[in-house]
Design a protein around this ligand. Sequence first.
Ligand SMILES: NC(=O)c1ccc[n+]([C@@H]2O[C@H](COP(=O)([O-])OP(=O)(O)OC[C@H]3O[C@@H](n4cnc5c(N)ncnc54)[C@H](OP(=O)(O)O)[C@@H]3O)[C@@H](O)[C@H]2O)c1
Length: 278
Amino acid sequence: MTTLGALLPAHLGGKLRIGCIGSGRMGGALLSGFAALKLPELSLCAYNRSPEKLEPFKALGVEAMPGVAATAEQADLLLIAVKPYQVAEVLAAARGHIRPGTLVLSIAAGVSLARLAAEVDQGVAVARCMPTTTALVGKGVFAFCFRADAEEWRAPVLALFGQMGVCLELAEGKFTDFSALIGAGPAYVFAMMQGLVQAGITLGFPQDASRRMVGALFAGCAALAEAEAAPLIQLRDDVCSPGGLTIAGVNVLDRAGLSGLIVDAVLAAQKRGREMES
Ligand SMILES: NC(=O)c1ccc[n+]([C@@H]2O[C@H](COP(=O)([O-])OP(=O)(O)OC[C@H]3O[C@@H](n4cnc5c(N)ncnc54)[C@H](OP(=O)(O)O)[C@@H]3O)[C@@H](O)[C@H]2O)c1
């Protein structure tokens, strides 16, 4: 198997130092995901505005940095994991400190490659990634878009993130759609899980047992849907015996228009995402 070191741009000499700005929900999930890989060629450093948020990551081998500029100076790959409205401030602080040949990889929703490129120094490559928080457990779904100047970074970045989940490349114009469907996806899935857990409690199962059963149900269904080529609607119908208990429940979901409701939720997220693009 080709190692990450062998895929890296030649000027890095087979070693990669990732500097992460922002260790909140998503930056933290990615730092934990990278650390869990335990790759000898990979080292991690990070800066967060509130330094206490870096504490849990120090134990994972992440070096806590004193500021944006110091992180930018050390990073071969500078990961921007702050809120979209905070990106300009971070890149202004990094300006003049990012070495040529570095990749600035932003996970900020709605911040375009053109905007990123306009805010970094010449010779610095830029790319966008839209991750899911499930990266924390090595089951992320990541969309990438590389600007032409980031070509040498494509293979190593896909190989690195591919060890923490599924990677796909998308045209930048599809990024907001991906964010509405998949980036926001954990919220939809957890909402459905919560409904079932609540139903379990209503039926008299203890909270922890209900949660454990529902978690296993979702994991099992995801594995089955991946293993079976059959349409999802057939997998659903396969568990509905004529005149049985399951079809009685499914009829209620259909009457409420569950599928349509989910489509509407994703379209609402897409609409809001488009409003936030810059
Ligand atoms: N959460 C998701 O599911 C998800 C999914 C896909 C993409 N994203 C993207 O990921 C990015 C981060 O989202 P999040 O949910 O992780 O937000 P978050 O939990 O608020 O994390 C942002 C972190 O950035 C830190 N920060 C803010 N300004 C900073 C600065 N100037 N220098 C250093 N650190 C700074 C904040 O520090 P403080 O503690 O001081 O506030 C905070 O810890 C967003 O752009 C979002 O679009 C998130």
